[in-house]
Design a protein around this ligand. Structure first.
Ligand SMILES: Nc1ncnc2c1ncn2[C@@H]1O[C@H](COP(=O)(O)OP(=O)(O)OP(=O)(O)O)[C@@H](O)[C@H]1O
Ligand SMILES: O=C(O)C1=C[C@@H](O)[C@@H](O)[C@H](O)C1
Ligand SMILES: [Mg+2]
Length: 193
């Protein structure tokens, strides 16, 4: 049976640090699985009528996080969707009750690779610091235990293309589904962090 058939419509949530490739890989993965594709950052921008950076600057991070949780809760009503999340979605423990509706996949990328991808990118408000590499290292250490709650961890090296990452996710799905139990209400038994 194919990964798509085995999934039976289960959503896939991509989590990981900013720049880990959630949005880029997510579009490939959705295409390969013939799933819908959603990106929580893009949906927040549509709802707010502002960019992520503008929301952080004008409303503050707390407002952004509230919008992020709202968007995530609404997405859990869907099936057959790949959902690329914002890098910080794993921090609020309440968000895990929604992430657990699907299969949670952590794209694990080292800060050294992340910085190569993001160094000229001004669209990540949390990285507008004097030492973005150090900031990435600190944020990763703060969040690592949350990312580790994912059903699957995919280590991504600097030469791995988004297509190859998507292929590896699809190849791993049968094994991950075997170890993931589903109670009668359709939600998973995963232990929240
Ligand atoms: N596997 C890859 N190899 C090389 N470059 C990549 C890869 N995946 C993503 N990139 C590049 O890295 C940058 C960040 O990728 P992307 O926006 O997908 O990250 P993200 O995880 O969605 O970040 P954020 O949490 O900020 O939304 C983009 O310029 C993208 O083209
Ligand atoms: O890691 C983070 O906290 C963030 C990642 C991005 O996806 C955006 O959600 C925003 O820039 C914050
Ligand atoms: Mg993204």
């Amino acid at each position: 049976m194919s990964a798509k058939d085995l999934l039976q419509g289960l959503n896939i949530y991509l989590v990981g640090m900013m720049g880990s490739g959630k949005s880029t890989t997510g579009t490939h993965l959705a295409r390969q699985l013939r799933y819908r594709y959603f990106d929580t950052d893009s949906l927040i921008e549509q709802v707010a009528g502002q960019s992520v950076s503008e929301i952080f600057a004008q409303e503050g991070e707390a407002t952004f996080r509230k919008l992020e949780s709202q968007v995530l809760s609404q997405l859990s009503a869907y099936q057959r969707s790949v959902i690329s999340t914002g890098g910080g979605i794993v921090v609020d423990l309440n968000n895990w009750s929604f992430l657990r509706y699907g299969l949670v996949i952590w794209l694990d990328v080292t800060p050294a690779v992340l910085i190569q991808r993001l160094q000229d990118d001004e669209s990540r408000p949390l990285l507008q610091t004097d030492d973005p590499l150090k900031t990435l290292q600190e944020i990763l250490e703060e969040r690592r235990s949350r990312y580790e709650q994912a059903d699957l961890r995919i280590e991504v090296a600097s030469g791995d293309s988004p297509e190859s990452v998507s292929d590896r996710i699809i190849a791993a799905i049968p094994e991950v589904l075997k170890t993931r139990s589903t109670p009668p209400d359709g939600r998973t038994n995963g232990t929240n962090p």
